[in-house]
Design a protein around this ligand. Sequence first.
Ligand code: ACO
Length: 377
Amino acid sequence: MGDDILNRGLEGIRVAETRLSDIDGEAGELTIGGYSVDELARNATYEESVFLLFHDRLPSPDELDEFRADLAGQRTIGDEVRAVLRRAADEDKPAMDALRMGAAAANLGAGAEDPEADARRVIAVFPTIVATYWRYREGEAPVEPREDLRHAANYLYMLTGEEPDDPAVRGLETYLNTVVDHGLNASTFTARTVVSTESDVVSAATAAVGALKGPLHGGAPGPVLDMLRTVHERGDPEAFVREKLDAGERLMGFGHRVYRVRDPRAAVLSAAASEFYEDAGDTEFFESVKAFEDVAVDLLAEHKPDRRLDTNVEFYTAALLDGVGIPKELFTACFAVSRVGGWTAHALEQLGDNRLIRPLSTYVGDHDRSWTPVVER
Ligand code: ACO
């Protein structure tokens, strides 16, 4: 096998056909289920986005009612899952660890009769798992899910115990739609790999949570918020950016492996955040965020003239999620609450036309060693 080409990180290798999402990194365009991310994010409820991914078309009113009711009716988690989440909170485990443990238990007590039923169940319980963990972390009793609220509204309700207002629901829903799917990123590839063995959708989602947790994938928006708050308090964004770049640090929320222009999701989230802060009559923080972006993009161009470094999705994620009231400790888990729609849709797509994902590795060890008995070593 010595002549095989080694592709570290599988860069540039296509391993699946998908109708779920398409990224044009040069033009800065993202299509999800045939709609531009902007069109989808502004108009859809989260339930519609997921139905679209599962069925490649928008639901009729009756289908949407059925889909919503089915998800809403499956939001409750059992005492055994709560016990695990309480323990995770008591031991100060990160939210993504709690979510991974809760996700693994998603089909406890529920039959895995068909993969889409599993997918719906996992999507339904993710917000409950995250909110229950958070309530325990805060020393509060968990809030029971409400079936009459939409997915996004119920998630906010379970976090705070109060019915959220429309701007907060709309802001969160725009976020959930914007990041619901994004090509064959590491966690989505993980999900497809797991079901390619004809394993199940719950296992795929659980493994994907583990992949998303890492700082090279889902972990940036918390540090972005810290940076934005510091600059807002201190003023002088130019001095701040120069300090970071001179110290050889990377500026969180900028640069992307695929996009060579501004991440189109940044535009969607920026518009949503702008609307949200205006509605709230609190534009001062958001003004400083926008000013920071302008300064940062200019200075990054000066810093790396040969490599376009522009704003990525995490920059405005931080501003928007903070505005709608999501604690920064939950930013990555909130990403998972959305992306589980993409993971499960990819798992179903993979199962529909499956081929075991089984790449090769290049062996760089020795051959023909002779065994040495333990007493002689
Ligand atoms: N700030 C300063 N310099 C940067 C930045 C940045 N944000 N991003 C890249 N660079 C520099 C690198 O230091 C490197 O310089 P060098 O050639 O002198 O070593 C050059 O640009 C190329 O960087 P790579 O690491 O090759 O770029 P890659 O495409 O692998 O990285 C990544 C993309 C990881 C997103 C990177 O831009 C980064 O670390 N950004 C900051 C963290 C961040 O915002 N992460 C969230 C990404 S969005 C998402 O994944 C959901």
